[in-house]
Design a protein around this ligand. Structure first.
Ligand SMILES: Nc1ncnc2c1ncn2[C@@H]1O[C@H](COP(=O)(O)OP(=O)(O)OP(=O)(O)O)[C@@H](O)[C@H]1O
Length: 227
């Protein structure tokens, strides 16, 4: 059985206090059991505007599962996730309108070009004013690759296409599963800056990673899963 420790986050009472103080994303008393194995239990935290949460733990400890619970894609045995004080199961469409989720499988379509992938993402998830797709691709180091099929790009370049969506999305909450995977050092730094800017503008971010992360002007709180 996996054990779970929460370095930051904690008791339901603390989550309720944080809500009173204006927390946007709250988890309270989350329990998730997979085939008799407790991945996490009594897990809670509260995130305010401008705050980030880093989910750490060894392979198989439940990081992706926790992100899926936070997105409403997996149901916990117990506990609830609230956005702006309302259980996400009761305010699903409002929650999804403010959420950008980039999963481990990042969803970039290989037969589409980077430009087309971003057009689809914007059609589905909305678009932030004032940023063009080509500008986002350039910022992610993809100038010159706008019109090639994504299947011809490297793993790191495809990950950059996926992350370019973050420059275009109007979403307030970013939930990112291993955003640094396959990126070189410059790419990792770009994503750290992107997350930092998002937080500075009042956004929230939850991410998993096996890397040390250096945010500018902010420090991510840490939830550690597993033994
Ligand atoms: N669809 C599924 N059906 C059954 N078991 C699953 C499923 N998805 C994940 N698991 C199991 O749940 C556990 C947690 O998986 P999860 O993907 O959340 O871990 P993780 O911490 O994200 O791992 P990694 O660091 O390898 O990405 C693992 O033991 C895994 O085998």
């Amino acid at each position: 059985m996996s054990t779970e420790a929460v370095r930051e986050g904690g008791a339901p009472a603390r989550a309720r206090e944080a809500q009173a103080a204006g927390a946007l994303l709250e988890a309270e008393g989350l329990v998730f059991v997979r085939e008799d194995r407790v991945l996490f239990e009594d897990l809670g935290f509260a995130l305010h505007a401008g705050e980030a949460l880093q989910v750490e733990g060894p392979n198989g400890s439940g990081k992706t599962t926790l992100l899926r619970v936070l997105c409403g894609l997996a149901l916990p045995e117990e506990g609830e996730v609230r956005w702006r004080g309302t259980d996400i199961r009761r305010a699903r469409s409002e929650y999804l309108a403010e959420l950008a989720y980039i999963g481990h499988q990042h969803g970039v379509k290989g037969e589409l070009t980077p430009r087309e992938n971003l057009a689809v993402a914007c059609a589905l998830g909305g678009r932030r004013d004032g940023v063009e797709a080509d500008e986002a691709l350039a910022r992610m180091g993809l100038s010159g690759y706008e019109d090639v099929p994504c299947r011809t790009l490297s793993a790191g370049q495809r990950r950059r296409v996926a992350l370019a969506r973050l420059l275009l999305t109007p979403a307030r909450l970013w939930i990112l599963d291993e955003p640094f995977t396959a990126l070189d050092r410059g790419g990792r730094r770009d994503i750290e800056r992107l997350i930092s800017q998002h937080l500075a503008q009042g956004g929230l971010a939850v991410f998993t990673t096996h890397h040390a992360v250096a945010l500018d002007g902010a420090e991510a709180r840490v939830v550690h899963l597993g033994a």
